[in-house]
Structures are given as structure tokens and as C-alpha cells.
Design a protein around this ligand. Sequence first.
Ligand code: HPA
Length: 244
Amino acid sequence: MAEIAIIGGTGLSELDALEITHREVVATPYGEPSGPVTHGRLFGTEVVFMARHGHGHTIPPHQVNYRANIWALRNVGIRRVLSIAAVGGIRKDMHPGGVAIPDQIIDYTWGRQHTFYEGELRAVTHIDFTQPYCPELRQRLIKAADEAGIDVTRDGTYATTQGPRLESAAEIDKLEKDGADLVGMTGMPEAALARELGISYACCAVIANHAAGRGATDIHADIEAHLKSALDKAREIMGALLRQ
Ligand code: HPA
């Protein structure tokens, strides 16, 4: 049985190299996940794949049912999740076309179903989120990148904004003052929900563009020019991780 799942974000609604064995529709107490859980083998390892935005990329970041997705993965036995997420680069070394393995998160989202702890509770509900990403899985990812010969940025604070619009330049200035290095729309509540269910979770952030006000070109042109090459790097790192 697979113990690792890959949640694919923008640009990664399917994994070409995945030898699919079957797709499983999982009913959850939290409603419908973004799609069926796809079981298969990737580079010889059993994995599960989930397209965060749905198979045809139709679910915007603020409408992803993060609880259903994480619950469904846990329900099929998943213990580790590798999130692939497109982001904008704020810090100078976060170049479009590059990849970063963030180590911190700031959550600016609102109105999302962000916890499994609600209703009648019997246990302590305050998960420790000091290290929002699993340190061990992060180190494995960094090692995988080294093995694949891919230069990754080995840290970074990921600011999660609500979306679906991109940010204003002033908002990016504020995020930078807050200590953010990267900005994306899907990092939370996904990471916290995984922690609530005891799933080890780390993120391979694919830097698609300069954040608003930071680049010389239009953001969409930036994404068009750089998302694919960043995703190619993420795929190589994923391959090396699974071969470890
Ligand atoms: N901001 C927010 N989310 C994103 C960006 C961005 O610049 N690029 C890719 N996802």
C-alpha cells in the first residue's frame, strides 16, 4: 500500500510518468475531495496522486475542499504528503523557474474550513505548528534535489494569500516586511490539516513568477515563461525522492 501521496497544484493536474493502477472515489465526512484518489506506481514506488484543483483545473484555491482532500488521503493509508505548489517569488534569490523547499508559513487566508477539530471534542486540539513542515521530509527533499543535481533554495517563508486574485505591489511589500519570501494561495490550511491528522507534510514550491511589483514583466507573461521549467525541476526532485 502506498504511504506517500503527491498533491499536484497549478500545472500539475496529472503525472505523466505515473503508471495508474486505479482511481478511488473516497466519500468523506467533509464533502467531496477535488477528485478521485489516483493509485499507481511512480519510478517503481507505490504512490497516490491527487490534483488539488481537480482534474481539469477547475477548482480555485479558495474553494478547494482541503479537509476532504487530506481526510481522503489519510483514509487510504497515506502517512506522508508531498505538496507541489506554484508560488511567486518575493525574496531576491527566489527566481522564477526555480524551486524552493520552504520551512515556514504565514497564513493570510480567511473563511476556509481550516480544522478537523470542531463540534464535540474529546481530545486536546492545539497541534504544535512551530515547524509547519515535516523537518525529516524536508531534508529528504533537499537531499533528493542534490541527488538530482537540481539547485534548490533550502528555506523560505511561504505566505498563503486568499486569492484567487494576485496581490497588489503594496501587499507584497507588506508580506516582505512580515518576513515572507514566497507567496501562494494553497499552502494553508492544507499543511495544518495534514498535521492534525498526523501526516508528515512538506512542500516543493515551484517559483512561477516574480511577486507583484518585483518583476520587469507582466505576471502572467512571467508564469507563461517559467512555470514549466520549474515544474520540470520539481518532477526530477520527486523522482529522486521516490528512488531514495
Ligand atoms: N501570488 C500568489 N499565488 C501565486 C503567485 C503569486 O504571485 N504565483 C503563483 N501562485
